[in-house]
Design a protein around this ligand. Structure first.
Ligand SMILES: *Cc1c(COP(=O)(O)O)cnc(C)c1O
Length: 453
């Protein structure tokens, strides 16, 4: 797919062709599958998505951090079609194939940590989480698992229970899995002023020791930067303190890098930013294969090998076309400028977003790392979340052909995960659209009357 890297608005958003497809969909697709922006896509390339009405959008979401390497990246497309021409399925646990092994080599050799590593592939992020918990329980002989406030881990039975927002993800879908405990997260914007990362970690550790008991815990699972929770970055020292406590107590430390991993923040994994922190196991999915469905658990070989043959796997786990795409993505991350590009994108976004934070009293802060950036929206002068205003700003962006996403426990975070293939010009254009959307929404609410009069 070759698309001019340009924003084009031909119709109202959504346009007539999208509306008619949406009407068809509503006849046959479960209402339980949401539709945030019912614009139907018929082509995508780099950082541009084209809809069935010929509108072209600047993508600031990458399908929630999936097409990190860019839409229809040529090496990924070639790898998938080449693989599909050779074989599409044999089942790795019966008659294996090389691309699975190659993908495991690339993943293990790019995970930091001074120990032998092994990997296993699955299909979805939630399935990687399900399996990491199995692996940790098997290795420790313990049942309990600890997760954090504002966390998101998926929509399967176990991961629904691991999400902080049991509502709406688990609403009326119970009974949910037990032996899952949520501990307080480090959330610098909302924690008591001056609370250090160490103090926030001790708050979580004390809670877990009282509520569960350290010797009962198989694993602690944490997103080094929380995704759905609103790109919350814990205070420095939080993860290191937590990791040390886990190690001292024989608890397996799991970094859920499904959203924050795979070059998104300018490193293979976001945990690499945390001095003194080394997870035992890491879960990856979203950005690993340019849109092909594959996930993985990677980490300490001794822990990974405690699972008995037959304990891990699944029909489609690490399917040939998916791991071939993962190899194409990871080889480009290894040899190409992608990690640096994520940092450059981050710098451009930070400068622009920081200037917006100083200009608009409803922006509490910008936070993020590399090409994973966000804005938290509040009622001016308070920390009260303003979800309706967040929605209005997003809607204004969509109508103007730019697609950022929402996030946050309180629905008041605008998150941006642009494809790393985005050009500087397109990125600045998208930032300017976001700025004007903020300005227009604030003006219509009478919030900027002083500065604009
Ligand atoms: C999206 C996500 C998951 C779940 O992945 P799915 O592929 O949607 O099952 C798990 N953890 C994190 C951090 C995520 O962002």
């Amino acid at each position: 797919m070759d698309l001019e890297q340009r924003r084009i608005l031909r119709t109202d958003i959504p346009g007539p062709a999208s509306k008619s497809l949406h009407a068809r969909r509503q006849q046959v697709v479960s209402a339980g599958v949401g539709a945030l922006l019912p614009v139907y896509i018929d082509g995508a390339d780099g950082a541009i998505m084209r809809d069935v009405d010929g509108n072209q959008f600047i993508d600031l979401g990458s399908g929630i951090g999936v097409v990190t390497i860019g839409h229809t990246n040529q090496q990924v497309v070639d790898a998938v079609s080449n693989q599909a021409n050779h074989y599409t399925h044999t089942l790795f646990t019966v008659t294996p194939y090389e691309p699975y092994v190659r993908a495991a080599e690339l993943l293990t050799s790019n995970m930091k940590g001074d120990f032998p590593k092994k990997a296993a592939f699955f299909v979805t992020g939630a399935e990687a989480l399900e399996n990491v918990v199995k692996i940790a329980r098997r290795a420790t002989g313990r049942n309990e698992i600890a997760v954090f406030d504002h966390a998101y881990h998926g929509r399967t039975n176990l991961t629904m229970a691991m999400n902080f927002k049991r509502h709406p993800y688990g609403t009326n879908y119970g009974p949910l899995a037990s032996s899952v405990t949520h501990a307080p997260m480090s959330y610098p914007l909302r924690d008591p002023e001056g609370m250090t990362g160490e103090q926030a970690a001790m708050r979580a550790i004390n809670y877990l020791e009282k509520r569960v008991g350290a010797d009962q815990l198989a694993c602690v699972v944490i997103e080094p930067i929380q995704g759905e929770g609103g790109f919350i970055i814990p205070a420095p020292g939080f993860l290191a303190t937590l990791g040390k406590w886990a190690k001292d107590n024989g608890i397996i430390m799991v970094a859920d890098e499904v959203q924050s991993g795979m070059a998104r923040t300018g490193k293979w994994f976001a945990y690499e930013y945390e001095e003194g922190f080394q997870p035992d196991l890491v879960t990856v999915a979203k950005g690993i294969a340019g849109g092909m469905p594959v996930s993985a658990v990677v980490g300490r070989a001794d822990i990974m090998d405690m699972s008995h043959p037959g304990g891990l796997g699944g029909t489609f786990g690490g399917s040939p076309t998916a791991v071939a795409a993962a190899v194409a993505v990871m080889e480009q991350f290894e040899s190409g400028p992608w990690l640096n590009r994520a940092l450059e994108i981050g710098e451009i976004m930070q400068e622009k977003l920081d200037s917006m934070v100083s200009k608009y009293p409803f922006l509490a802060e910008r936070r993020g790392r590399g090409a994973m950036q966000s804005l938290e929206i509040v009622e001016p002068g308070t920390l009260n979340p303003d979800a309706p205003m967040t929605e209005e700003i997003l809607k204004a962006c969509y109508e103007r052909g730019v697609i950022p996403l929402s996030a946050g426990t309180y629905g008041n975070v605008i998150r941006m995960l642009p494809p790393l293939a985005i050009s500087n010009a397109l990125l600045m254009e998208a930032m300017d659209v976001l700025d004007s959307a903020c300005s227009d929404v604030a003006t219509s609410r009478g919030m900027l009357s002083i500065s604009s009069s």
